[in-house]
Write a protein that binds this ligand. Sequence first.
Ligand SMILES: Cc1ncc(C[n+]2csc(CCOP(=O)(O)OP(=O)(O)O)c2C)c(N)n1
Ligand SMILES: [Mg+2]
Length: 546
Amino acid sequence: MTTEAEATQTLHGGRLVARRLKAYGVRKLFTLTGGHLFSIYDGCRAEGIDLVDVRHESSAAFAAEGWAKVTREPGVAALTAGPGITNGISAMASAMQNRSPMLVLGGRAPAWRWGQGSLQEIDHVPFVRPVVKMAATAGSTAEIPGLLDEAWDAARRPHTGPAFVDFPLDHVFSEAEAPELPDPPEIRRTPVDSRALDRAVALLRDAERPVIMAGNGLYWARAEGPLRELAEAAGIPVFLNGLARGCLPADHDLFFSRARGAGLKGADVALVIGVPMDFRLGFGGSFGEETELIVLDGAEPEREHPRPVAAELFGDVGEALRALAAGGDAAPTRAWVEHLRGVEQEKRAAEQEQFGDDRAPLHPMRLYRELAGVLDRDAILIGDGGDFVSFAGRVVDTYEPGCWLDPGPFGCLGCGPGYALAAKLAHPDRQVVLLLGDGAIGFAGMELDTLARHGVQIVAVVGNNGIWALEKHPMEYLYGYSVVAELRPETRYDLVAEALGCQGELVRAPDELRPALERAFSAGRPALVNVLTDPSVVYPRSANLA
Ligand SMILES: Cc1ncc(C[n+]2csc(CCOP(=O)(O)OP(=O)(O)O)c2C)c(N)n1
Ligand SMILES: [Mg+2]
């Protein structure tokens, strides 16, 4: 709240920015320095917003996305004019596809000289616009607070996502009267259409083999409570992907992961919540041909569904789930749940052999068994890599929402260090583990310096197989040979980490891993465990690129 005296104050544009951020509850600004941003820094300093500086703007923007992913509030990054913003494009595109709410503030060459070739002068808006929900330039100092409110609203309104505002140097360094603005309003969720809801209730009530398949939209709607209510009320097996992982704990009776193929193909009715039918769901083909689909999401779909749906609900996801849960006596599903439990257990039993594999260099599955032994229930795991992360995605169990972060459908390598930085800053008391392929570490490995400088004690685990495995194996399968798929074997990323101020551990054999992980978690500084893994392990991949 601003007092009347403050309301008539004259403040510089950067301070006006920071004031609004403060009113939104923003605590951290991720950035990499540039003169175009100085007045915003000055404003943040005055308003008590922490500046977290990184080594590449890509990481600043991924940190903002990561902040959103672990807090469900928008993360904020400030990127300097020109190259600062082009460096942040991948993260904005990623946030757009993940529906991660975030605000990117851009520096910008001065308006009064526009077009005359100032340093780092380029119009960002046309090339940023396709990868954000809203992109705009402040037209004057006085316009700054109102424009930021619009951007904040765009980021938080379903479908949530990134918003971008840039500030011409002259406007952001000049002064204007600070307006008295209300605190940003709560986002109102619209009720779902009652006729569609009735249809969905009827479909679910009569279903003998129902399933729920939920993704990011469930998480962003904070609807894990109502999801559980519905699953338990009607005995519906639940499958989760993306950020929805953990929205029903992995040890819940109705949670399944390994039985996904059998569950989705065998279902007579599937409730698909907050997840587009993209490549991850075989463009709709992961469900049986006869499966009737109910689609539920926070807002209208961004693209047409690849197959017909029997009922489509959009609006307040949590409220819709509660209404479905109250829908009356459901058909018994016990036999169906037991069938899937059998499939799940069989597949889990088959994994045991790989978990026990004692080869050196290690099988990635062995690594994940050892890791599971040292993780708390609310540990946050971040995956940045190829096959190394695919293995983790398959076998790591998640128990709470916001505990599994992967790049999502945009699949951008290099997102991990930014995500990890933000996750640990948001949740300093929890374990944050960053899983990195040895290819992936090349993109943003210098952020080990950032982590050390800011004392952010995450544990990075590198799956070091000396190759870009996710590309090398498929290329060999298709062509009988591979090119541009080799990395240097046994690179000492642990020594790189040491040089940058972190603790480094090298693991060559399975029995060295557990003690190395324990040392890493108690290092008192960020740590990197460089695990040599077997390049001949081929991930059993069936998904297509397109
Ligand atoms: C920015 C970016 N560049 C390239 C790719 C393509 N790509 C996907 S996975 C992968 C290999 C990753 O290798 P590594 O991190 O070593 O993991 P591994 O597969 O070896 O376990 C590549 C190059 C991508 N997804 N993102
Ligand atoms: Mg590799």
